[in-house]
Design a binder for this molecule. Sequence first.
Ligand SMILES: Cc1cc2nc3c(=O)[nH]c(=O)nc-3n(C[C@H](O)[C@H](O)[C@H](O)COP(=O)(O)OP(=O)(O)OC[C@H]3O[C@@H](n4cnc5c(N)ncnc54)[C@H](O)[C@@H]3O)c2cc1C
Ligand SMILES: *[C@@H]1O[C@H](CO)[C@@H](O)[C@H](O)[C@H]1NC(C)=O
Ligand SMILES: *[C@@H]1O[C@H](CO)[C@@H](O)[C@H](O)[C@H]1NC(C)=O
Ligand SMILES: *[C@@H]1O[C@H](CO)[C@@H](O)[C@H](O)[C@H]1NC(C)=O
Ligand SMILES: *[C@@H]1O[C@H](CO)[C@@H](O)[C@H](O)[C@H]1NC(C)=O
Ligand SMILES: *[C@@H]1O[C@H](CO)[C@@H](O)[C@H](O)[C@H]1NC(C)=O
Ligand SMILES: *[C@@H]1O[C@H](CO)[C@@H](O)[C@H](O)[C@H]1NC(C)=O
Ligand SMILES: *[C@@H]1O[C@H](CO)[C@@H](O)[C@H](O)[C@H]1NC(C)=O
Ligand SMILES: *[C@@H]1O[C@H](CO)[C@@H](O)[C@H](O)[C@H]1NC(C)=O
Length: 544
Amino acid sequence: MKMNFFPLISLSFAQIFVSLFSFSIEASAYTPQDFIECLASHVSYSASLHEPIFYTPNDSAYSTVLNSSIQNDRFFSPSTPKPSVIITPFHVSHVQATIYCAKKHGVQIRTRSGGHDYEGLSYVSYFNVPRYVVIDLRNLSSVSIDVESKSAWVQSGATLGELYYAIGQKSENLGFPAGDCHSVGVGGQFGGGGYGYLTRIYGLSADNILDAKIVDAEGRILDRKSMGEDLFWAIRGGGPASFGIVVEWKIRLVPVPKTVAVFDVWRNMEHNATKTLFHRWQRCADKVDENLTVYMTFQTSSNDSKIVLEANVRGTFHGGVDKLLELMKKEFPELGLQGQECFEMRWVESFLFFNLFRNGESLDALLNRTSNFNMLSFKAKSDFVKEPIPDNVFETMLGMLYEEDVGRAMIYVFPYGGKMNEISESAIPFPHRAGNLYMIHHLVKWEGEEEEEKHVSWVRRLYNYTTPYVSENPRATYFNFKDLDIGTNNLKYEGGTTSITQASIWGTKYFKNNFYRLIQVKTRVDPTNFFTNEQSIPPLLRIE
Ligand SMILES: Cc1cc2nc3c(=O)[nH]c(=O)nc-3n(C[C@H](O)[C@H](O)[C@H](O)COP(=O)(O)OP(=O)(O)OC[C@H]3O[C@@H](n4cnc5c(N)ncnc54)[C@H](O)[C@@H]3O)c2cc1C
Ligand SMILES: *[C@@H]1O[C@H](CO)[C@@H](O)[C@H](O)[C@H]1NC(C)=O
Ligand SMILES: *[C@@H]1O[C@H](CO)[C@@H](O)[C@H](O)[C@H]1NC(C)=O
Ligand SMILES: *[C@@H]1O[C@H](CO)[C@@H](O)[C@H](O)[C@H]1NC(C)=O
Ligand SMILES: *[C@@H]1O[C@H](CO)[C@@H](O)[C@H](O)[C@H]1NC(C)=O
Ligand SMILES: *[C@@H]1O[C@H](CO)[C@@H](O)[C@H](O)[C@H]1NC(C)=O
Ligand SMILES: *[C@@H]1O[C@H](CO)[C@@H](O)[C@H](O)[C@H]1NC(C)=O
Ligand SMILES: *[C@@H]1O[C@H](CO)[C@@H](O)[C@H](O)[C@H]1NC(C)=O
Ligand SMILES: *[C@@H]1O[C@H](CO)[C@@H](O)[C@H](O)[C@H]1NC(C)=O
């Protein structure tokens, strides 16, 4: 293929250029049948596999497959836009065929790995509705561990639970830094960062990627060497959905002790809460021994028909319970952590613990692709904190939790520091490094469609109130906690345009200045913007 190399405009001028979203579309009206016929003629089936690899709304299994990994009921309603075809490849050639046929028929592709996208962007397209398909990678989920070289190849459609399980089968001393929810997909999480209990020691998932295989807009399978370092940089935190379909990742496995110590405790916050518990946490959580990671969540609950505020405090320590208690007594005495609240277990078993498998389930439970957390319908936003929030301000934020239904509104805080301070802002597209004490996750859940507006406006109000106390210029946001409130591309099927200026509003919140480098990569690898969504990186208009 001839590469489209053309002079890249110096970044300081980037904002004046407009990028065009254009497809080469066949003149004829699209019917899913055209796409399917194309697919069928370009897919080779192995004799032993009789399963269909695509589903249309005419197939009885269509809605089961579509619904299977939807995590947010907000995108579960009959009125939510639905793809005209769902493709479930079990071979990389099926991914290539999908891209080929989608291009041929002017069809847009949404790629889904675990389906946990906060705005449903892996299966919902708010524009171009009749003309989009979903490629669901659930069957590209193999994991192959090489203990000797401390590395693994994992396919994007694997869940974190499947990855952790496979690591645990092969080794007691190896782990991988990623999130704690076992049903999250590798594809979305690695591509957007990947924060978890190992992050303060080893960084994000995306910091520990050694190689990857991506199918690009030309249908080529590229690895690190053939894709080039700029594209390899971009897909580690910059969201691969803008660049292609990543089918597989090579990851660096990291050392973990034979056992870790964990806890998950609830504390009533009625008395002096913020002045004691949170006041201390803000000042110690990012600075303590990186072997200790302590998350906090605040929410209301009812006790004897009284609504009370509670803090859930969860942690992992690389060491024994004795040492953990000693450290907690020194660093976080206000929690009053007790020995009987702490447990020692294998690193892989800690994911059973944090996913609430606490009835002696075997590790197999991690292979269940359904989450144990009922997320209902939810809307979330995120922030980065650089200076401790004043106690009275946080008190007011906590007070706002009472405005929502009991237990449905949450403020989560995740500590930074440790390894996160050592990695430069531009090492990968994820830029939130030294200078951040912690990340806030504001979230509200509800049931049913009716009251969406009310709940969404609550979380917007909380976010608005928090403005003066968090990062600014830009107000930073975590890409994996996707939020369309911060701006979207102006997408129309034909002739929709988005100025780089407009995209930079959300782009710099997620990526700071790395956004402009992502534009350069996009312009090189996908100049016609074949891979596009509401918050995909736009290419620069080609200058002839
Ligand atoms: C219950 C829950 C818990 C979570 N916990 C954590 C946590 O602990 N730490 C953390 O960092 N994040 C966490 N997240 C956020 C999570 O990391 C992101 O939502 C992530 O993008 C989900 O990945 P997925 O594959 O499941 O999502 P999907 O919805 O499948 O994909 C997300 C995005 O990535 C794109 N994409 C997916 N796969 C590919 C691919 N192979 N190639 C190209 N593009 C692709 C999709 O098109 C979409 O835009 C959590 C989310 C939920 C719902
Ligand atoms: C679905 O069924 C309808 C009615 O039988 C038919 O017209 C249409 O072509 C079918 N669509 C596909 C994609 O098979
Ligand atoms: C999938 O979800 C939709 C929307 O909630 C619902 O109408 C449909 O019955 C579901 N299908 C299955 C098989 O669960
Ligand atoms: C594809 O995935 C489904 C659901 O996870 C599973 O039932 C099926 O056996 C898989 N097919 C192949 C070919 O792996
Ligand atoms: C409230 O906090 C102050 C310190 O901020 C502390 O001295 C006092 O003991 C606390 N009271 C209770 C009831 O915890
Ligand atoms: C963290 O644990 C590792 C291994 O158990 C140890 O080598 C290291 O010194 C610990 N870090 C700190 C800051 O104590
Ligand atoms: C309910 O409140 C009582 C009295 O304050 C307390 O002892 C108990 O632990 C609380 N229960 C829960 C589930 O929080
Ligand atoms: C998987 O988990 C879900 C949710 O907890 C549960 O309903 C289901 O029974 C589990 N499936 C298996 C096979 O254990
Ligand atoms: C956000 O806060 C500012 C100042 O505190 C206020 O003027 C504005 O109306 C608020 N916006 C919303 C949407 O609440």
